[in-house]
Write a protein that binds this ligand. Structure first.
Ligand code: PLP
Length: 383
């Protein structure tokens, strides 16, 4: 059976170059990078190189990169580490469409007496900037806003929000897990203080991530223990995965602009093909700037899960929302926050492409989609 993978926002396949770069660290290069002897030294220099590769992709200094175990840990470190460093005087401001790895730590601090604001978004998934200004008031705050949404691909006006936060003397974190590797991301031109990224969203393995922390940002360590990562993140480094993340960042940096255009072209073909052949469908966030690889499409009057089962029978992998929310029949918090009508919200599918997606993949989906939608609509209680 032909298989087509269009769920790259859930995870990506590991690039062969990344696997190859990692292999020696499972055999001959197995030392602990903190060891004083040469077993450690010969490994530590590869961590230094990976730090340079990650920094180069996002325009940071190597000393501003902390390695973590995943995007979730990067987000938790940024939010918990800053909230603890600043205390309850600083409010925490985020948006209603963040990943749970941002929303949950923010809400935890609310339980601990911090003021917490979740800014709403409009029908395109774009945050309300006036509400931001109001929540910021005159004083500093901890602000966490995602660079790009994992479900819709909608890109936030990070530069405008970061400028407001800078003016108010606050600290700005961005969850750029879905943006890094898909778009040019440059912290030397946008005043974010912290930025999260995750290996498995950019063709490195699952279980490794990084947090950029601008020099001078006050942050209490989240993981306590040894002195690794300059005392900012305890725990013996996951050397093979860090090396893999470095390699994936190097590959992304060499090709980000080219891949952005190629992937956007395929995504647009998929989107326009579906809209042309399946009536009563809409693209969520269509009027906003979006990631080149993501398409969230709502099919009126049918269940997203039913579409996914039919696609899966044909070897096509997509998703009904974020991997964390799929499995539940409720529309995701993102789709609900955008105010998408009930009959469309329930029929929402996310297609997310990668640099490995081909013209044939798109053609295969387009060949089957109209039939699936028509068959399900015939059974729909809403029509
Ligand atoms: N933030 C966003 C926007 C995501 O899409 C994800 C994963 O889907 C995460 C954070 C969590 O990353 P990880 O799976 O590496 O913990």
């Amino acid at each position: 059976m032909q298989t087509v993978y269009l769920d790259s926002n859930a995870t990506t396949r590991v690039a062969p170059e990344v696997t190859e770069a990692m292999l020696p660290f499972f055999s001959e290069l197995w030392g602990n990078p903190s060891s004083m002897h040469f077993f450690g030294g010969q490994v530590a220099k590869h961590i230094d190189q990976a730090r340079e590769q990650v920094a180069a992709l996002i325009g940071a200094e190597p000393s501003e990169i902390l390695f973590t175990s995943c995007g979730t840990e990067s987000n938790n470190t940024a939010i918990c580490g800053t909230a603890e460093a600043q205390g309850t005087d600083w409010p925490i401001i985020t948006t209603r469409v963040e990943h749970p790895a941002v929303l949950q730590p923010c809400r935890r601090f609310k339980e601990h007496g911090y003021r917490e604001f979740e800014i709403s978004v409009d029908g395109n998934g774009e945050p309300d900037l006036d509400a931001f200004k109001k929540a910021l008031g005159d004083g500093p705050a901890i602000v966490s806003v995602m660079w790009a949404n994992n479900e819709t691909g909608v890109i936030s006006p990070i530069d405008e929000i970061a400028a407001l936060v800078e003016e108010a003397g606050g600290v700005m974190h961005t969850d750029a897990v879905q943006a890094v590797g898909k778009l040019p991301v440059d912290v030397s031109t946008i005043p974010v203080d912290m930025l999260s990224l995750s290996g498995h969203k950019l063709h490195a393995p699952k279980g490794v991530g990084a947090l950029y922390v601008r020099k001078g940002t006050k942050l209490k360590p989240f993981m306590l223990g040894g002195h690794q990562e300059n005392g900012r993140r305890a725990g013996t480094e996951n050397v093979p995965y860090i090396v893999g993340l470095g390699k994936a960042c190097e590959l992304a940096r060499m090709a980000v602009a080219k891949n952005e255009a190629l992937v956007a072209n395929l995504r647009d073909k998929l989107e326009s093909g579906i809209l042309a052949t399946c009536p009563d469908t809409r693209v969520n966030g269509a009027n906003a700037k979006r990631l080149p690889n993501t398409s969230s499409i709502s099919f009126e009057f049918i269940e997203g899960e039913a579409i996914l089962y039919h696609l899966s029978d044909l070897g096509i992998a997509a998703s009904s929302g974020s991997a964390c929310a799929s499995g539940s029949l409720e529309p995701s918090h993102v789709i609900r926050a955008m105010g998408i009508p009930f009959t469309a919200a329930h029929g929402t599918i996310r297609f997310s492409l990668s640099r490995y997606t081909t013209e044939d993949d798109v053609a295969y989906v387009l060949a089957h989609m109209p039939d699936i939608v028509e068959r399900l609509r015939r059974l729909s209680p809403f029509i």
